[in-house]
Design a protein around this ligand. Structure first.
Ligand code: URP
Ligand code: ZN
Ligand code: ZN
Ligand code: ZN
Length: 510
């Protein structure tokens, strides 16, 4: 295939064709089972100029329209990955997938939008956003931003307001771990929660007790444990449970919704379950690695094999994975991310003598849709409509971009996948589109294959070939005050009125 005009601007890598998409601006997807979070039906989907124009049976079109046959297949909203780290500077290196290779991988796996975390520069949100605007400048799919808060002062507080009111960011992540770098204390978390509440922005937490993790690391050093297994041993589930419980209680005290990222353990999940049962607005996001892998890999005698499974919070002992799957199917957890944060073998080898120096993170942006279909739908744990809710629709609702995203519906963006339930997939670093030389799902075979991905009305993945267009991806602004904020004011008013009658005391001394 001829390289297209957009392909010579520094994107010289990758084993896939990079060319200008030749597909027409008008598309008809014929005869598939159209799946939304609430409903599925056999229908045609007609797309014009990147927007879904009609969804109904037997749509008739002229011969200037590209027709895709989807009979016997599922036509679903493209996946939205709520949690990625593309081109992130972290632990002395930078994640191997930038916005181009990471997004190409995403599209090949049926994900058409991701939300990445802007990391402030020396605490400055403005400088952080500028850096990420550069990194994402040539995006080939739609994306949005969360932003981390790593210090607190009046400037940061004002910048948060600018991010929400002018820059399309409606969520902020607070790291309760990574002592000495990204970690913040409870005092800052409280200030952040209050500010988030006033702006209608969603507070997100990385929930591990960073001070205790530091103690755990010292303990490993004293025991002479320097290998990747030390990573898991130094930060056990109890530290994730503690931080999850603490963040939930502080959010409850402030009365603002909370989103717990990468829920990896039963301990954290149980805290979320308890909170939701008591009426608190808490969202739990498991990630694919935590749902389907277990920590046994960390004891692998080959360092690189073990090191590729190092992420935080750690992948847990067998049993946590199945419990998280059950929680997802029961509605205790609401959506699935990846925490795609890929490092290659050379980068992982930074920690060859000390597990604390192994860059934390695993891949997943390309694998999420397939692994989740295989694990949850093929096994009978969830329905196809649930699959759409967990991979796309609920994420769009939480970040307040539904139904522009997350739905197959007239007026929605034409981010669509065609999944063949009778076809199979196999995962390997040899064939994946990430720049990493390893894959934590190496050798995984399963049923259900994304055969076509449509991004912004363009066919970008078909016949196992990518045709991505750098620069075609749009930054999606996400407005504040999602549905999670409904009722917050009423609850506050009720609380205040309960305080109204001051206690009358007589000043008598006996
Ligand atoms: O190990 C991880 N999760 N790396 C990415 C940073 C984070 O904490 O999400
Ligand atoms: Zn419907
Ligand atoms: Zn995190
Ligand atoms: Zn992350």
């Amino acid at each position: 295939s001829e390289p297209g005009q957009f392909c010579n601007s520094g994107f010289g890598y990758g084993d896939f064709a990079c060319e200008v998409s030749s597909s027409s601006a008008k598309l008809l997807i014929k005869g598939g089972t159209v799946v939304n979070a609430h409903h599925m039906e056999i229908a045609d989907v007609y797309v014009e100029d990147g927007i879904i124009v009609a969804v109904s049976p037997n749509i008739k079109v002229g011969d200037d329209v590209t027709v895709l046959d989807a009979s016997g297949k599922f036509v679903m909203p493209g996946g939205i990955d709520p949690h990625t780290h593309l081109a992130m500077e972290f632990m002395g290196t930078e994640t191997i997938d930038d916005f181009f290779s990471g997004q190409a991988a995403a599209l090949a796996g049926g994900t058409t939008m991701h939300i990445d975390f802007v990391i402030p520069v020396n605490g400055s949100l403005t400088a952080g956003l500028e850096a990420y605007e550069k990194k994402s400048g040539k995006s080939c799919m739609d994306y949005g931003f969360h932003m981390a808060i790593t210090k607190w002062d009046e400037i940061v507080s004002q910048e948060m307001e600018i991010m929400v009111k002018e820059k399309g960011i409606n969520s902020f992540k607070f790291f309760l771990a990574y002592k000495g770098s990204l970690m913040i204390n409870d005092e800052l978390l409280l200030q952040g929660l209050k500010k988030c509440k006033s702006l209608g922005a969603l507070a997100m937490v990385h929930a591990e007790n960073g001070d205790a993790v530091y103690e755990g690391q010292k303990r490993m050093k004293e025991l002479g444990i320097t290998g990747p297994e030390g990573h898991s041993l130094s930060r056990p589930p109890v530290l994730e449970g503690e931080a999850t419980a603490r963040a939930i209680r502080l959010a409850a005290f402030v009365n603002t919704p909370l989103y717990v990222v990468h829920v990896m353990s039963i301990d954290a999940m149980e805290e979320i379950s308890k909170a939701r049962k008591s009426g608190l607005k808490v969202i739990g996001e498991p990630v694919v690695s935590g749902l389907v892998l277990n920590e046994s890999w960390l004891w692998d005698p080959d360092f690189i094999t073990a090191a590729k499974y190092v992420m935080s919070p750690p992948i847990r002992a067998a049993g946590h994975d199945r419990a998280l799957q059950a929680a997802l199917s029961m509605g205790i957890l609401q959506l699935v991310g990846t925490d795609h944060c890929a490092f290659n073998s050379t980068q992982k080898a930074l920690g060859i003598d000390d597990f604390q120096k192994i860059p934390n993170g695993v891949n997943g942006i390309e694998e999420r849709m397939h692994v989740l279909w295989d694990t949850m739908v093929e096994s009978g744990q969830i329905s196809v409509t649930d699959y759409v809710r967990l991979t796309s629709a609920e994420c769009a609702r939480i970040f307040n971009i539904y139904p522009r995203k997350g739905a197959i519906r007239a007026g929605s963006d034409a981010d669509i996948i065609i999944l063949n339930p009778n076809s199979s997939f196999e995962i390997s670093a040899k064939s994946h589109h990430s720049k990493s030389d390893t894959n934590v799902y190496e050798g995984w075979r399963g049923k259900g294959k994304v055969e076509v991905t449509i991004s912004g009305g363009r066919v970008v993945w078909q016949n196992d070939e990518l045709k991505v267009v750098p620069g075609s991806g749009k930054y999606i602004e996400m407005p504040p005050f999602s549905y999670l904020f409904n009722g917050i004011e009423k609850a506050d008013a009720k609380y205040l009125s309960s305080l109204k009658a001051p206690v009358k005391r007589l000043r008598t001394i006996t």
